[in-house]
Write a protein that binds this ligand. Structure first.
Ligand code: AN7
Length: 356
């Protein structure tokens, strides 16, 4: 029998080493992140017609269930190489989950600050299970970020928020994968915007592939904030950001200027979507068989909003980054769905509720 062609992916630091900062091989901390599927949406024809090709970059399939693993493998590998014994971050949840996992993997200590009561349960459970020191701040992400910046200046601990330049280097590899998977860059790239690191990283990745002559055209970067947490759209920091999409409940993004630059250089937009629009898109994605967390659905909600404005042409290729897995936030999933029916363990009762 012939072996089925498959190979063990080595993680983004090794696979994309020629495009990334050098790191000694024995310092690399990896869970073999990256190589996530690009899935074509097949069930949205009624909404968009058949002229658009919409692809979902399913970053929820990374080892800790979000795109943060790409940046974290790079940042933790570098911290490890530099002899650091501890990392720290503020987080709306996914960064803390990735920091906790990669730190423990590499033998470093992780300290994570999260806004109390405002991170999805799956993410909290990850940080706890991987043994991070979890501190709940009675405030929001922006306040927690200000504090960890100070702590990392004063104490021997490496900051792994996206202000750490290695984070965005790692994250740009998702753009490389999309180009490899499509064979070209999409015309539009839609993604949620929180701290605005990812839109910045993708744009860098696409530009690097263009400079190397691997792709001919660049996409328009289309970033979407949540309406209650839309500092870039509104042009000023938001003091008390609020949205169902807790991952992007951020009022003063670190990569604000870089994100605006990505928008302007690419001829794209940064706009916002309401919580209702986010949940609508979240449920639509579930009908593709793809389960993402609410923040991720801001990308597709953006496509729907732009489709209503009639900006697309027949044949346009659109990629939406689905940044995190739906299992991260079971509460919102259950709240957004029909409740299960409870019956006694009797055949006739079961058949009746099944509607046969
Ligand atoms: C699922 O985990 O900021 O615009 O602390 O978890 O690059 O910040 C998470 C952000 C989108 C926004 N989707 O990305 C954190 C954190 C999900 C996210 C974003 C986040 P950026």
């Amino acid at each position: 029998m012939q072996a089925i062609k498959t190979r063990n992916w080595n993680g983004i630091v090794r696979e994309f080493q020629e495009f990334l900062p050098k790191v000694k091989d024995d310092s690399i901390v990896t869970l073999r992140e990256g190589n996530t599927p690009l899935i074509e949406a097949l069930n949205m024809g009624a909404l968009f017609g058949n002229g658009l090709k919409i692809f979902l970059k399913y970053e929820g399939l990374n080892p800790t269930g979000s795109f943060k693993d790409r940046g974290m493998t790079m940042a933790v590998s570098k911290a490890n190489e530099d002899g650091s014994h501890a990392i720290i971050c503020a987080s709306t949840g996914n960064t803390s989950a990735a920091a906790a996992a990669y730190a423990v993997r590499g033998g470093l200590r992780a300290y994570v600050l999260i806004p109390e009561g405002k991170i999805a349960l799956g993410k909290l459970s990850q940080a706890m299970m991987h043994g991070a020191k979890v501190v709940q701040v009675q405030g929001n992400f922006d306040e927690a970020l200000t504090i960890v910046k100070e702590v990392s200046k004063a104490y021997p601990v490496t900051l792994v928020n996206s202000i750490n330049p290695y984070r965005l280097e790692g994250q740009k590899t998702a753009a490389f994968e999309i180009c490899n998977q499509l064979g070209f860059a999409p015309r539009y790239h839609f993604l949620p915007v929180g701290n605005a690191g990812n839109i910045t990283a993708y744009w860098r990745g696409y530009k690097e592939f263009k400079e190397k002559g691997i792709i001919e055209n660049l996409p328009k970067m289309m970033g979407f904030e949540a309406e209650g947490a839309a500092p870039i759209v509104k042009g000023h920091p938001i003091k008390n950001p609020e949205t169902v999409a807790s991952a992007i409940r951020i009022g003063n993004p670190s990569s604000w200027e870089a994100a605006v630059k990505a928008r302007d250089e690419s001829g794209g937009v940064i706009d916002m979507v309401s919580d209702d629009e986010i949940i609508y898109a979240y449920k639509l994605l579930a009908k593709e068989g793809v389960f993402c967390e609410p923040a991720s659905a801001a990308s597709l909600a953006g496509v729907i909003k732009m489709h209503k404005r009639d900006i697309f042409k027949n044949g346009d290729t659109i990629v939406c980054t689905l940044t995190g897995h739906g299992l991260k936030d079971p509460d919102t999933a259950i709240k957004s769905s029909d409740k299960p029916i409870t019956v006694p363990p009797e055949l006739d009762k079961v058949v009746k509720v099944l509607g046969f």
